[in-house]
Ligand binder design. Structure first.
Ligand code: SF4
Length: 459
């Protein structure tokens, strides 16, 4: 298969789904441009490192980068371009730091750990610099929010991606579809869903929370697919070595049998029963929040922030509204709670008249669902809720920016509808948690012994 060009965006694709990367290239589709919001977040970290040293902002522009390299300046946001393995390669990095007669590649990272994608980006940038005869240190510096790390450009540290590049991606083998979170918004879904292997033969990656190290360790014990896991008795050594394997086995059991597993004795908190002044809450955010939405009964109430300068005024009126309503406020995931607590601290408006409930936290701690991811979208859709507009992922942020620029009413309507749907979906999940029987989905209540039986393969 001929791949004749490569950019950072292609690496995002590859590391999300190698099959998608190949299909995109095969069909001549362009990967979507790297989001500008990444740049804003990287800017803080890289500028922090340069700390007062002079630099040129090349703004990911080839000419500006070239001129700054000739002058041997420190460079913010350079883009390196050239030919590698008979491909046109372009790599955007966070910075180039000139010290001791050589450049060091700077790569900010926002995740907890440095991933293979980060390593591949660094290696490609290094190869491009070397190829152009530019003096470069033999290691890259990764700049994290909490800590920095170094990567030595040695043969043993080379990511597999480079080996595939050298072979022109010819020998990657057949990449079969995996149903994963990425599939939900993928253009190839129709094509892939027609050839998805039976549930049992999916790899463990298809289950939520299974990390790459867990997959690798499980493989050492001959466990690759869901079927392998269910049919193999777990030994104490496997339980010790394969992180979280007991929970993964319960997930596999629920997934294959289309059953919800709930710990016997589970009950929703007694405070949930009053229900009269219940609010459902969701935030839409770009770099900072731009929409606080609430739903209750048939009402949807948005607090929208068009201009950053109005942020505090809107936040204050939202907090006052919450205090006036009082009662239970339900949200999905911890972000909403964190933002409210920060705002309360900043404005000195207390939140003691409301009680926040993270529906996701209660769901995750007490239930095992027969679905692959516990995102708001996936759980609520599984319960039958349908969104009226589809603005998943970065799309709602793009819509918001578009509305700010062009004031288009229809775009605004879509943003508000999407946020209202998120609030209503949270309500549906809370209702299901309060009374799983109401939805007619098969549920099994398990004692500790019964759970142990499933884990050990005796049930
Ligand atoms: S639908 Fe899923 S498996 Fe298929 S290409 Fe897209 S992300 Fe990959």
């Amino acid at each position: 298969m001929g791949v004749d060009n490569l950019k950072n965006e292609d690496l995002f694709n590859y590391y999300e789904c190698p099959r998608r990367f190949l299909l995109m290239k095969e069909n001549g589709f362009l990967s979507s441009e790297m989001d500008q919001s990444i740049k804003v977040r990287h800017l803080e970290i890289t500028r922090g490192f340069l700390d007062g040293r002079p630099y040129t902002d090349a703004d990911w522009d080839k000419d500006k980068t070239f001129e700054a390299v000739l002058r041997r300046e420190n460079i913010l946001f350079p883009i390196l371009a050239g030919r590698l393995c008979e491909m046109n390669v372009e790599m955007k990095v966070g910075g180039l730091y000139w010290d001791g007669g050589k450049y060091t590649i700077l790569l900010p990272f926002l995740s907890r750990e440095i991933s293979d994608r980060h390593r591949t980006t660094a290696f490609l940038a290094y190869m491009l610099l070397k190829d152009a005869g530019i003096p470069t240190t033999e290691e890259a510096l990764f700049l994290g929010r909490v800590r920095n790390a170094r990567l030595k450009f040695t043969e043993s540290a080379k990511p597999n991606f480079l080996a595939f590049m050298e072979r022109g991606f010819e020998n990657m083998g057949t990449v079969y579809p995996e149903t994963s979170k990425a599939c939900a918004s993928c253009v190839f879904w129709n094509q892939c869903s027609a050839i998805i292997p039976e549930k049992r033969h999916l790899t463990l990656k298809a289950l939520s929370g299974v990390t790459a190290p867990t997959l690798a360790t499980a493989e050492l014990y001959g466990i690759r697919t869901i079927d392998d896991l269910l049919s193999k008795p777990l030994t104490p050594e496997m339980i010790e070595k394969i992180k979280g394997v007991e929970k993964i086995k319960l997930k596999a059991y629920a997934f294959i049998n289309d059953l919800v597993l709930i710990a016997k004795g589970f009950e929703t908190p007694s405070e949930w029963r009053s229900g009269e002044s219940d609010l459902y809450f969701d935030i839409e955010a770009d770099i900072t929040p731009y929409l606080f939405g609430f739903s209750f009964q048939d009402v949807y109430l948005p607090f929208l922030i068009k201009e950053e300068t109005h942020f505090e005024i809107v936040a204050r009126s939202m907090l006052r509204f919450l205090n006036a309503r009082a009662g239970n406020v339900y949200h999905f995931f911890e972000y909403e709670r964190k933002v409210l607590e920060q705002l309360s601290q900043k404005t000195q408006i207390p939140l003691d008249r409301i009680k926040l409930w993270d529906v996701y936290d209660i769901l995750k701690r007490n239930m095992i669902l027969p679905i692959q991811h516990y995102s708001l979208k996936m759980v609520a859709k599984w319960l039958g809720y349908e969104w009226k507009v589809n603005l998943e992922g970065q799309k709602s942020i793009r819509y918001f920016r578009q509305w700010k620029e062009k004031n288009d009413r229809e775009v605004l309507q879509a943003i508000l509808q999407y946020n209202e749907d998120d609030c209503r979906a949270t309500e549906v999940i809370k209702r299901w948690l309060s009374d799983p029987a109401e939805f007619g989905i098969p549920v099994r209540y398990l004692s500790k012994e019964e759970m142990h039986g499933i884990i050990m393969g005796t049930q």
